[in-house]
Design a protein around this ligand. Structure first.
Ligand SMILES: C[S@@+](CC[C@H](N)C(=O)[O-])C[C@H]1O[C@@H](n2cnc3c(N)ncnc32)[C@H](O)[C@@H]1O
Length: 219
């Protein structure tokens, strides 16, 4: 069953002013069929196991913050895990709806602005993994966003932050797409400040560029 809402239950007005402009920019990106690097089955199975050993609870639900076209949601659905996708791009959510049409688990898609996550009503269950994949660089107030994520989490939930990171010593070029990444020192400091922990689940560094870090922390 797929349930789609606007995230407006607690007062977020849909598609207004600056938010609308940013969301429309993403609509245009997804309109031309843009996709981001997908997670593979091994990564997902490892993550499910690591969630259990970190929290002592079986992973039951995934909340994907900035879910885009729903590829990650679909992967977790295949493992019989319920999913919630949140994004402000209506085009992305339409594609996610299609990608999840044959999913047997519960699916909730919410059109909302992550800058105001505190105003978004999210139904979760015990054993929820909160995921933020390739999104943090686009959030203006990163500390507020991460605090809101932490406050929404139930005790025992876990948060996986996947983000490309930049290193001060490297001179990045336009083709490195530095706008999708944040400085590694900033990511570390934010995680430490807000979650008191910066445990690294996966550290993928194939060369001097294209470094992605995944932090897995528990509430
Ligand atoms: C680089 S894409 C990554 C999409 C997906 N996580 C993936 O890995 O395929 C960034 C996503 O964040 C969403 N996004 C960026 N800023 C947002 C905001 N303020 N509120 C909601 N969604 C946002 C975009 O619409 C887009 O879907």
């Amino acid at each position: 069953m797929i349930s789609t809402t606007t995230g407006a239950e607690e007062g977020t007005k849909k598609r207004e002013n600056a938010v609308s402009k940013d969301a429309q920019r993403w609509d245009a990106i997804f309109d031309i069929g843009t996709k981001y690097r997908d997670l593979n089955e091994v990564f997902i199975l490892q993550l499910i196991e690591e969630f259990k050993s970190l929290t002592g609870i079986k992973l039951a639900h995934l909340v994907d913050l900035g879910c885009g076209t729903g590829d990650t949601l679909a992967r977790f659905c295949k493992q019989d895990i319920g999913v919630t996708g949140i994004d402000f791009s209506a085009v992305a959510l339409k594609k996610a709806n299609l990608a999840l049409s044959s999913c047997d688990s519960d699916v909730f898609l919410i059109e909302a602005d992550l800058e105001n996550l505190d105003k978004v009503k999210i139904k979760t269950t015990v054993g929820t993994l909160w995921l933020c994949k390739f999104v943090l660089a686009f959030i203006k107030d990163k500390a507020k966003f991460l605090k809101n994520v932490r406050d929404k989490m139930n005790k025992g939930d876990a948060f996986l932050l996947m983000t490309p990171v930049l290193h001060d010593v490297i001179n990045y070029q336009k083709e490195d797409k530095p706008s999708i990444a944040i400085r590694v020192e900033e990511a570390d400091a934010l995680l430490l400040k807000i979650f008191g922990n910066r445990h690294i689940f996966s550290n993928e560094y194939q060369g001097e560029r294209g470094h992605t870090v995944s932090y897995l922390v528990k509430k």
